[in-house]
Write a protein that binds this ligand. Structure first.
Ligand code: ADP
Ligand code: MG
Length: 536
């Protein structure tokens, strides 16, 4: 048997790293700015534990594009690197100084909020460069260094001069990547990935980020207006949100964020992908499938978790234990919030129902945990509008009249109160309650919920079963005799025979009701004065 270590040929692996590290070349900006942020945060940590005693000064990170010389330069005033450190962290591919730093300082409660951990990010600069230069001066008392590499596995490292502590990364942009020399392009990439990074980032001289976004603050520090303003910052053209949930967990996983309920009404003009995922304030993606339960994908806002694996394939996410826990946590928070509004301010809950009803119903259909909680606050709106019943309330109000032969509560609903006007009217005249089930989700919701709710049967107001229920409860004191009914029927049939799509019902309704209902399929309306005809 032979055992041994696999040998990696740098000549072969290096081009692969450069080319295929990320499918999106624009990622290099995220990686290099993240390194600059890490270097700055590390310096702050060293200052806070008393190892660094000098002046911190301005800690801004600057990004500059020089179109003439075809360079992009990213500069920071962080900890910098000595020659030994460049050799250790840069020349050793996949050795992460970020990870090393976090391990060293984690026991002191510091070192969190460091972004890097794979030790590959720096090399993404070669995706767009012919040559990359590092000029760095450490916070330690050591000469400044200059490192240069043209993308071959050979580098040069030498002493140089740099007045201040910190690092410049200079990228000599290659011919295929000249787009990254356009100010507009760079600015939009910065705004995407770096918008909420915790250190001021300047593009040329203008700061492009908000280093302290609302979700990083404690809920107790924020007013309603702060939450609304942050929403406006995220979605400048949207209507104000209905309410929001501030996520703030640090055990057993780390999760912060704010989820907003948008105003959606029944227009179905709902936008997906409105939740942005961050990791330590670095934008990662707007694809939050699996992390956010599917029925809440229409929420807006931000979630930030360094515990979500970022660089692994998306299909792996589903099985990740942290992702599953985060998903369950979000579901619980949303259910609790709705429950809280329901219990504390029923009126406000009902006012929001046209927006939230869809989420709640969809959630009840797809998520058992959510179902358990939502069962208490799901409401059904009376067909006349403005009155809402929970299942229990509806049962209390209607049990006496609306129980069928099998002892089941019959919930009579209308999918279109205008078109089904005559049926609604007939049911109401019997003293039945009719609720609205008008939205797209309702048909599927009724199917699911009928199986879950014991002893409940849904019946559409114009269905035969509704008629049966009505017939069963009917006292047979019709205003018409049998003879009159036949006569009336003849008159109507004769008069309307040339009209397609018209249906005439002779229901034998009770004394307080009209005996004939004429419906036209595309435009149904009750014929008001039909009772008068019966006199003929
Ligand atoms: P990671 O950030 O995952 O550790 P990178 O390849 O992005 O890996 O960077 C490798 C290491 O190089 C970093 O961990 C850090 O020690 C060092 N480094 C990179 N950029 C800077 C910088 N601007 N200032 C100081 N050190 C840096
Ligand atoms: Mg990095």
């Amino acid at each position: 048997m032979q055992k041994g270590a696999i040998r990696v040929q740098t000549e072969n692996i290096f081009p692969i790293i450069k080319k295929f590290l990320y499918s999106d070349h624009e990622i290099f900006i995220r990686e290099l700015v993240s390194n600059a942020v890490d270097a700055t945060q590390k310096l702050k940590t060293l200052a806070s534990v008393g190892e660094f005693k000098g002046e911190l000064g301005e800690l801004d990170i600057t990004v500059k594009v020089d179109k003439e010389n075809k360079t992009i330069t990213i500069s920071d005033r962080g900890i910098g690197m000595t020659a030994e450190e460049v050799d250790k962290y840069i020349n050793q591919v996949a050795f992460s100084g970020a990870e090393e730093f976090v391990n060293k300082y984690k026991d002191q409660g510091n070192g969190a909020n460091i972004i890097g951990h794979f030790g590959l990010g720096f090399y993404s600069s070669f995706m767009i460069s012919d040559k990359v230069e590092i000029i760095s001066k450490s916070w330690k008392d050591a000469p400044a260094v200059r490192w240069e590499c043209d993308g071959s596995p050979e580098y040069q490292l030498e002493e140089t001069t740099r007045a201040d502590r910190g690092t410049d990364i200079v990228m000599y942009v290659n011919e295929d990547s000249l787009e990254f020399l356009e100010d507009g392009r760079v600015r939009s990439i910065l705004e995407k990935f770096c918008r909420f990074l915790p250190v001021p980032i300047k593009f040329h001289d203008e700061q492009i980020n908000n280093p302290t976004p609302a979700w990083t603050k404690k809920p107790s520090e924020l007013t309603t207006e702060d939450y609304q303003n942050f929403y406006k910052e995220l979605y400048p053209f949207s209507e104000p949100p209905l309410f929001w949930i501030h996520l703030n967990v640090d055990y057993p996983f780390n999760l912060t964020g704010i989820l907003y309920f948008p105003a959606i009404k029944k227009t179905y003009e709902m936008q997906k992908d409105k939740i942005n995922l961050y990791s330590n304030q670095v934008y990662v993606t707007d694809e939050v499938k699996d992390i956010v339960p599917e029925f809440l994908m229409l929420l807006h806002g931000v979630i930030d978790s360094p515990d979500i694996p970022l660089n692994v394939s998306r299909s792996y996410l589903q099985g990740d234990p942290n992702v599953r826990k985060i998903n369950a946590h979000i579901t619980k928070k949303v259910a609790d919030k709705l429950d809280e509004i329901f219990r504390n301010d029923r009126k406000s809950f009902e006012e929001k129902w046209e927006h939230t009803g869809l989420f709640v119903k969809y959630g009840m259909m797809t998520d058992d945990k959510f179902y358990e909680k939502a069962n208490k606050f799901l409401v059904m709106e009376d067909v006349d509008g403005g009155t809402f019943y929970t299942l229990d309330e509806l049962r209390n109000e209607t049990q006496a009249l609306q129980t069928n032969k099998e002892g089941k509560l019959v919930i009579i609903y209308s999918t279109n109160p205008v078109q089904q006007d005559s049926y609604v009217w007939a049911a109401k005249s019997k003293g039945y309650k009719v609720v609205k089930m008008e939205t797209l989700v309702d048909a599927a919701f009724i199917n699911t919920i009928e199986q879950k709710w014991d002893n409940v049967q849904f019946t559409r107001v114009d269905a035969d079963i509704a008629d049966n229920l009505i017939d069963a409860n009917e006292n047979k004191d019709s205003v018409l005799t049998e003879e009159q009914t036949t006569k009336l029927k003849d008159i109507f049939t004769f008069q309307l025979q040339s009209q397609p799509n018209i249906k005439v019902d002779f229901k034998g309704l009770a004394a307080d009701a009209q005996p004939v209902i004429v419906t036209r399929s595309e435009f149904m309306r009750r014929m008001k004065d039909m009772a008068a005809v019966s006199g003929q």
